[in-house]
Design a protein around this ligand. Structure first.
Ligand code: RIB
Ligand code: CA
Length: 320
């Protein structure tokens, strides 16, 4: 089965890892990237999206520029402190590598609507940044909730602590109003949240293997990951170059859903206060009537890392 997907993204080091994985997976046809603020401004994330596709030799894949700010809240701090000044590990991207490359004229929300409505039941949306573009697309054309095949997102958390506040994960916290609309829309959602994305660190051993990859895209990843590793060392006290492999988890779920286990729960997102941007999950099934979301809660770590490494042209991990 081929998944025809749009990745909605704020690249971002781990976004780049997810995009390259999608490009190297025969189960996936990447129809476009839509960009959003988050790990940097939307100017920078759009530039990075164009450049990543250019590095991959895929200038044919369209990029649609999306939201520069959340639906309701003002733009908060963007994520350069995690992902580097260019949000690409300080590789030095200040411009589009091939100047004639541009985002398409349609803004991301319209691009999403047109893509989904042109192929009802076929398109999977893979948001790996704040959910603003998906919310805007729902406002533009509510019928996409029935026309989409699935939404497979990185964001939120069912049980794990937050990563930008005690309860909240960054992508949901960056635009809680948008996340609330997306969780409430009634379309089929898989949520790859911190429960699984933080439990699968890649480390120095994996990046050494990728540096020796037979695939230039595999070899590109160690070039951008250093600043992100430094952040994880300083913030999470991870000693061996470990990173949280967040965004690739959404793509990995498409490649092989048996890598994960999960449960269907209703979710509500507080819009302000101490719990702003948390994904409150009704694990008893007693409290919320909002649509159920398939929340990933377990992951086969060893197998998943090997899928990532081998897809990117590296050797499988030596079992420890
Ligand atoms: O919380 C992790 C998420 O925040 C990832 O999508 C990462 O790229 C950042 O956007
Ligand atoms: Ca991201």
């Amino acid at each position: 089965m081929t998944h025809h997907i749009l990745i909605d993204t704020d690249p971002g080091v781990d976004d780049a890892m997810a995009i390259f994985l999608a490009l190297r997976s025969s189960e996936i046809e990447l129809l476009g990237l839509t960009t959003v603020f988050g790990n940097s401004t939307v100017d920078a994330t759009t530039r990075n999206a164009l450049n990543l596709l250019h590095v991959a030799g895929r200038d044919d894949i369209p990029v649609a520029r999306g939201a520069w700010r959340p639906l309701v809240l003002p733009l908060g701090e963007t994520g350069e402190w995690v992902h580097g000044a260019d949000a690409m590990g300080n590789i030095g991207w200040t411009d589009v590598l091939k100047p004639e490359l541009r985002a398409v004229d349609a803004p991301a929300a319209r691009f999403i609507v047109e893509t989904v409505m042109a192929r009802p039941g076929e398109i999977t949306l893979v948001p790996i940044g704040p959910l603003t573009n998906l919310a805007l697309a729902l406002q533009l054309e509510p019928r996409i909730a029935q026309a989409v095949k699935a939404v497979v997102m990185m964001g939120g958390s069912a049980m794990a602590p937050g990563n930008v506040s005690p309860l909240a994960e960054a992508n949901v916290h960056n635009d809680p109003h948008a996340a609330s609309l997306v969780f409430g829309a009634g379309w089929p959602i898989v949520m790859a949240g911190l429960d699984v994305t933080e439990s699968i660190p890649m480390d120095n051993d994996d990046f050494a293997a990728l540096a020796a990859s037979s695939d230039p895209l595999g070899r590109f990843i160690p070039r951008i990951v250093g600043h992100y590793q430094d952040f994880h060392r300083d913030w999470y006290k991870l000693p061996n170059g470990e990173i949280h492999t967040h965004d690739a988890c959404a793509v990995l779920h498409l490649i092989d859903p048996t890598l994960f286990g999960g449960q269907d729960w209703s979710i509500n997102v507080p819009l302000d206060g101490l719990a702003k941007g948390a994904t409150l999950v009704d694990r008893r099934g007693s409290f919320y009537t909002t649509p159920k979301v398939h929340c990933l809660t377990t992951v086969d770590h060893a197998r998943l890392i090997d899928v990532y490494r081998t897809r990117m042209g590296a050797t499988a991990r030596v079992r420890r």
